[in-house]
Design a protein around this ligand. Structure first.
Ligand SMILES: NC(=O)c1ccc[n+]([C@@H]2O[C@H](COP(=O)([O-])OP(=O)(O)OC[C@H]3O[C@@H](n4cnc5c(N)ncnc54)[C@H](OP(=O)(O)O)[C@@H]3O)[C@@H](O)[C@H]2O)c1
Length: 320
């Protein structure tokens, strides 16, 4: 088991992120857990709660909004030493405007789940601040979930252009639901992690789905009544029917992926094809695309189209 002294968790003020920060703090080797959060008030409250729950003073708040690339760059500069581990957990359905675009031209849903994390990893590696392992929060939605009657997002070729169309929102000519866009974003992400694993063999890159997890918000893109129904009726029912597990079990999947080297670099682990919880399996055994190195490199390329500095169109000179 590798000794991880310092780990950054993104989206650490709630749900799976906060719970994984708690579990990490209880490991003997842990000296620092960075709570990567966008909202300082929520971050302070989470820090106090985590200190109380663990009796440890290892938590440090790192201001980080993964939808804002300047914030990502500033966060990397603010980390004093190198990190042993990173959990790319922040994410969800993209808030109230999932299809609106950021300055980089990415949809909100893609930016919050993937683009900010891609920049974060690139910047950390560029300055030698990521040493051992990076875990991305995947979702079985990207290969379809039979039990929820959720279809696999339809990709024709997984070419760079097709994957880039997920990022800018033109995919399927915009005719998709927020959940399909989320699933497609997690598909691109799992492929990108495969590519990163081959590009950076000294760092273990793992995609791990927390599995169907209750007790988290995870409903940010849902409208009023559906949101309340989901939280107070559907999720408890799903737990009762064995379709969801608790947040401790979901977060433990991340912690296992971080600390157990038997989870192989480049692989996406998640629930078995006919389950939403339970033991994890290599998702490429369910959807072979995920192990396709050409698709993986296409995802890397597609993402980096949005991270390269854009050429600035010269303004026309003012008329005399
Ligand atoms: N729950 C599940 O069943 C499930 C299943 C598969 C995968 N996942 C994945 O697991 C991850 C965590 O999900 P969850 O259920 O724990 O969700 P959650 O309870 O909604 O927590 C999401 C966390 O991400 C943070 N966040 C959102 N946008 C952010 C941004 N722009 N910058 C920084 N932090 C941001 C939130 O902070 P704020 O409080 O500031 O919004 C919050 O701390 C997500 O990536 C999700 O896709 C969840």
């Amino acid at each position: 088991m590798p000794n991880l002294k310092s780990v950054l968790v993104t989206g650490a003020n709630a749900g799976l992120g906060k719970e994984s920060a708690r579990q990490l703090a209880l490991l003997e080797s842990t000296e620092r857990v960075y709570l990567g959060c966008r909202n300082m008030e929520k971050a302070e409250a989470a820090k106090a709660e985590l200190e109380e729950a663990t009796g440890r003073r290892v938590f440090e708040i790192l201001q980080l909004d993964v939808m804002d690339m300047d914030s990502v760059r500033a966060a990397v500069r603010a980390i004093p030493d190198s990190l042993d581990g990173l959990v790319m957990n922040a994410g969800g359905l993209g808030g109230p405007t999932p299809n609106a675009t950021t300055r980089e031209g990415s949809t909100h849903v893609f930016a919050v789940n993937v683009l900010g994390h891609a920049l974060l990893v690139d910047e950390l590696i560029a300055v030698g601040k990521l040493e051992k392992v990076a875990v991305f929060s995947g979702s079985e939605a990207c290969r379809g979930v039979e039990k929820f009657r959720m279809k696999r997002p339809p990709f024709e070729t997984s070419s760079t252009d097709e994957l880039a169309s997920v990022i800018d929102g033109s995919w399927l000519e915009g005719a998709y639901t927020a959940m399909t866009a989320y699933a497609a974003s997690k598909y691109v992400a799992a492929l990108w992690i495969g590519s990163m694993a081959r590009r950076h063999p000294s760092i273990r890159f793992v995609t791990m789905s927390p599995g169907g997890t209750s007790g988290t918000a995870g409903t940010d893109g849902m409208q009023g009544v559906l949101r309340v129904l989901m939280k107070y009726l559907l999720r408890p029912l799903m737990v009762a029917f064995g379709l969801m597990h608790d947040v401790e079990t979901g977060a433990l999947r991340y912690v296992n992926a971080l600390t157990d080297e038997r989870y192989e670099s480049g692989v996406f682990y998640g629930s078995a094809a006919d389950a939403t919880i339970g033991n994890v399996v290599d998702q490429a055994t369910i959807l072979t695309d995920l192990a396709n190195e050409e698709f993986q490199d296409n995802a890397y390329e597609a993402i980096h189209r949005f991270l390269r500095p854009r050429s600035i169109t010269p303004r026309s000179s003012p008329s005399p």
